[in-house]
Design a protein around this ligand. Structure first.
Ligand code: AMP
Length: 116
């Protein structure tokens, strides 16, 4: 999708700090990092979100998680640990409508959800 910023990053049309890319996925550093390591892993093909049927018609979710784990190891997080996060909808503050997985680590990340 030409008007999707993450599609443009995957195709190389928009600059980003890309840390990993293969035929299926692209991973790049989040522009507003919430942790010392904050990488976004996206499918190269446009998939709107986790409710999009295209997420299930291929092995793309598995490939995204596999890439995330490989990147975590390269970033030195294998022993200290890390968090993989996927937002959907307004209550989760989803802001970019292209499926993406957040890889966060490099410090103690605290509780999974901010207490109400
Ligand atoms: P979400 O809230 O799950 O939709 O997360 C979208 C993430 O994309 C946010 O953490 C943004 O900081 C990040 N982001 C938006 N535009 C860019 C960009 N051009 N390069 C890197 N990260 C971006």
């Amino acid at each position: 999708m030409s008007n999707c910023i993450f599609c443009r990053i995957a195709s190389g049309d928009l600059p980003a700090n890309v840390v990993y890319q293969n035929a299926d996925v692209t991973a790049f550093r989040d522009i507003h990092p919430a942790a010392p390591v904050h990488v976004l892993i996206i499918p190269n093909q446009h998939i709107d979100n986790i409710c999009d049927e295209r997420a299930y018609s291929s092995d793309i979710l598995g490939r995204m998680f596999q890439a995330a784990n490989q990147i975590a190891a390269v970033e030195g997080l294998a022993e200290s640990g890390y968090r993989l996060l996927l937002n959907y909808g307004p209550d989760a503050s989803l802001s970019v409508p292209h499926l993406h997985l957040h890889l966060l680590g490099g410090r103690h990340l605290g509780p999974m959800v901010m207490p109400a």
